[in-house]
Ligand binder design. Sequence first.
Ligand code: MN
Length: 749
Amino acid sequence: MATLRQQIATNVLTVTKFRDLQKTVAANRPGDDLAIIKKAYEYAQAHHTGQTRASGEPFLIHPLEVAQVLAEMKLDSGAIAAGLLHDAIEDTEATREDIKKEFGEQVANIVEGVTKIDKIDVATSKEERQAENVRKMILAMVDDIRVVLIKLADRLHNMRTLEHLEPQKQKQIAQETLDIYAPIAHRLGMGKVRGELEDLAFRYTDPIAYEQIRAAVEARRKSGEDFLNKTVKFIQGKLKENGVDAKIEYRIKRLYSIHQKLLKQRIPVDQVYDLLAIRIITKSVKDCYSALGAIHGLWRPVPGRIKDFIAMPRPNLYQSLHTTVIVEGGMQFEVQIRTEEMHKMAEEGIAAHWKYKHGGPVSAKDEQRLAWLRQVVEWQQDVQDPSEFLSTLKVDLYPEEVYTFTPKGKVVILSRDATPVDFAYTIHTEVGHTCVGAKVNGRIVPLRHRLQNGDVVEIMTQAGHTPSRDWLGFVKSSRSRNKIKHWLNVHQRERAIEIGKKLIEKEARKYRVALKNIADKEFDRVATEYGLAGMPDLYAGIGYGKFSARQVLARVAPDFASGDVQPQPESDDVRDKPGGLAGVIKRVFGGASGDSGSIQVTGHNELLVYRARCCNPIRGEDIVGYITRGKGVAVHSAACSNVTNLLYEPERKIAVEWSKKAEPKAGKPGTYPVKITVACDDRAGMLKQLTAVISDDNTNIRNIETRTGDGNATIDVVVDIEDMKHLERITTGIRKIAGVREVQRVKKL
Ligand code: MN
C-alpha cells in the first residue's frame, strides 16, 4: 500500500503530464474534442492504478507519454485517446467491449489492433516471432495506420526508458527496434521518429562503437559548432544577395547515421569528417535550386555527392537536395536544401497529414505510401515460411534504390541490383510474365543483367510467353518474386493434375483396369488416406511424382491389388497412342498448335520439362523423358548413362521430341550452353584461331579456360549451340586447326 505522500507525488506527476498533453493538443489541433481525451485519461488512471513500471514510476506515466508523442505528431483526439488506452486491454481488466461502450467502435478497434501486435506466441523461435510481429504490424497498418503510429510511439517511450531493464532485455529490444520499428518509421517517411529510435537503440546494440563515436563527436563539438555558426551567417548573407528567403539550421549528424557511414566506408572513427550538416529550408522549389547554385558558388562540391531527391523522390517520398562541399583546409560538410513542405514531410511523414483529417489518409502521397503496404499485404498472404517473409521484407525495408527510366522517360525506382525482370514486373504483371528480353540503353542484355542508375530500359515481350523458375534465382524485388511464384504455383498444379490423370489412365490400360467403373469418390477416399483434400490433389501428387500411379490404382481397384490382373504386353507404347500420356505431355508442353505435336523442350522457360543436368541434351539429339519425383519431366539424352537407371520404374518413362520451332529468346533462336574440351599443342596463336573458328560461325562464346603444361594445352570453351548440326559444324571446324588433337563435348556443364 502506497503511503499518502507517495500517492500525492504520483498524482502531481501524472496531472502535470496530462496538463502538458492537453496543451499540446490544443496548440496542434485547436477545436478538437478534448473531452474524449480527458475521459480516456481518467479511464486509464482508474484501470492502471497501483501498477508501476520497471523504473518504479507509476504505470500511468507510460500511456501519458505515448499520448504526448502522438499529440506532437498532431494526430486526432481519437488516436490520442487510443494511445492513453493502448495497454488497457493487455494489462488491465478492461475488455474491448468496455472500451467500445465508453469510447466507440473506432477507438476500440485501434486499441485492439495495438494489443494484437503485442500478443505473440512465445513458443515460436525468435526469428519467427519477429516475422510474426511484422506481419501483424503490416496487417494492422492497412486496417488503420494509427495502430502503427501508436505502436511506434509506444516503442519510442519504451526505448527512452530502456535503462531500467536487464541488459539482456535491453539488447533484445534495441535490436528489434533497429530491425523492425526504425525501418517501418523510415518507410512511412517519419524521419524524426526513425532517427530517435536508431540513436536510442544503437547505445545498446553496440555500446563500444556508440561510446567511440559519441566521444569523437564530443571532442569535435565545440570547434564544429563555432564553424557552423560562422558558416550559417555567411550563407545567410549570400542567400539574401541572391534573393532567396530561407531558414538555416545546423546540426551535428546523428550518431547512428555516422556509425553506418563508417561501416560503409570502412574508415576508423578518428576519420569522421562530415559530421557537420546544414539545412536550408526555403519557401519554393525554385529557391532550392538557387540556394544550391549559391552554395556551389562558395565552395567546391564533392563529386558524386550531389543528389536531387526533389526531381526524383525516394520511395518513401522523401524530397530534398543534398550536396557535400569542401572548405579550405579540407573540412567537409553536408548541405540539405528543401522547402518547408518537404521538410515537414521528411520529419513527420505519413503523420504530417493528420492535421485536418479524421480516419484514413486521403492525399495522393499518403495513398502512394499505403500502396507499398498493400503490396506487402498482398504477397505476405502467399508466403508460408516466416524467415523467408522476413528476409524479403528486409529487402523492401532497406531500399537502396536505383533510378531507371522507361524509353518515354518515366522514372522507375527499383532496389539495388534489380534486373530487367524486376523492371518488367514493376511496369505491369503481364509485362513481367511475357518478358522475353530487354534492351538497356539500346543494347540487348541478358534478363539477369543488373540495372544501374540512369539506365533506360526497354522490355521486349512476346504474347504467350510465360515466367521461368530460373528467374527466381536473380530477381530482386519481393513483388516480382511473388508474382513469379504465384504464376508457377497455379500453372504447375494445373499441369501436374493433367499429367497425374494420364499416368493413372496409362497404368489402368496396362493392367486392364476399367477406370470408368471406379467412382470418383473412391479417388476422394484414397486422397483422404494420403491426407489430401480430394481427387485433384491426388492427381497433382502423382503428377509431381509424390506417389506412383500404380500405388494409387492398387488402392482404388482392389482386384488389381490382389494380383488377378496381369499387365498387358507393352504394345500400348504411349508413343503410338495420340490420346495417351505422350500426347498430353506434348500438348501441355509444346505443340499446342496441333502440328506434329513435338515437345518444346526448352529447359528454361517450361516449368515441368527440363533438360537433365547430367547430359544436357541439345536439339537434334535422341532424347528420353522421365517423370521425376517432384521436379517434373527430366529430358535426358538417349545415350545418357543415367537412362538405364531410369528403367527401374518404366511407367515413369515417357516419349519426348524436339519441337520444330526454335525457342525464341531475346529475339534470337534458342541456344544451349555446350562445353567443348579441346586437347592441342601449346603454341602461339592457338587460342586466337580457335575463337576465330567459333565466331566466324556467329556463335557466342560464354566462357573460355586454358590449362597448359609440357607443351600441351587443354582448352575448355562454353559456346551457345542451337542444335546438333551447329555443334558438329563447330567441332569439325576446330578439328581442322593445326595442332588440335582431340575435340570432345563435355556433357556435364
Ligand atoms: Mn505500451
